[in-house]
Design a protein. Sequence first.
Length: 187
Amino acid sequence: MIEVTTPFTAAQADHLRAGQSILFTGTLYTARDAAHARLCQALAEGKPLPFDLTDAVIYYVGPTPPRPGRVIGSAGPTTSYRMDAYAPTLLDQGLRGMVGKGLRSSAVIESMRRNHAVYFGAVGGTGALIGRAIRSAEVIAYEDLGTEAIRRLTVERLPLTVVIDTLGNNLYETGPRDYLAQQNQAK
C-alpha cells in the first residue's frame, strides 16, 4: 500500500496511478453539493473561503451523527457527479484531491489533468468502517446545512483507491478493459 499524507502536493499526486490502493493520513474536508455551491458563490463574489484549497482534499460525504464514544458516525461516500458543476472551479483554486464514488465528467477530468489533481474512490456501503479511520471531526463552515456542513476531518490510514490520476487515466475505463483482456488470455 502507498502511504499518502497531507498537504497533498502536486508532486505526490503526479506519482499516483489509476488502480493503486493507498492509505490516506491527514486532513480531509467534507463537502457535498450544497456546500460546493456556497464555496463557488463565495469565489464568484470575491469572498474568502472557510479553508485554504491549496493542496487540500475534499471528501464527498454527509456523515451521520456519532454514537457515544465516537467522533463521527457512518461516513460513506456520496455520488461524485453531483459536484461536477463545481469541481473545475475549486480545482483551479488549488484543490488537489477529491474522494467519492462513481463517474466524473470529461470537464472534471480535464481540469484534474490541468491542475495535477487526483480522484480517489471510497467503497460505498462501508461508511461505518470508514468512520473508524476518522480521528477527529469539526464543523468549520455552513453549520446550517446539518450533515452537509463542511467539516475538517483528521484521518489515519483511510483506505482509498486512485480512480482517476493526474494523466486522466480512469480506472472505470481501464479496469473493465484489463479484466476482459485477462479473461481472453486465459481462454
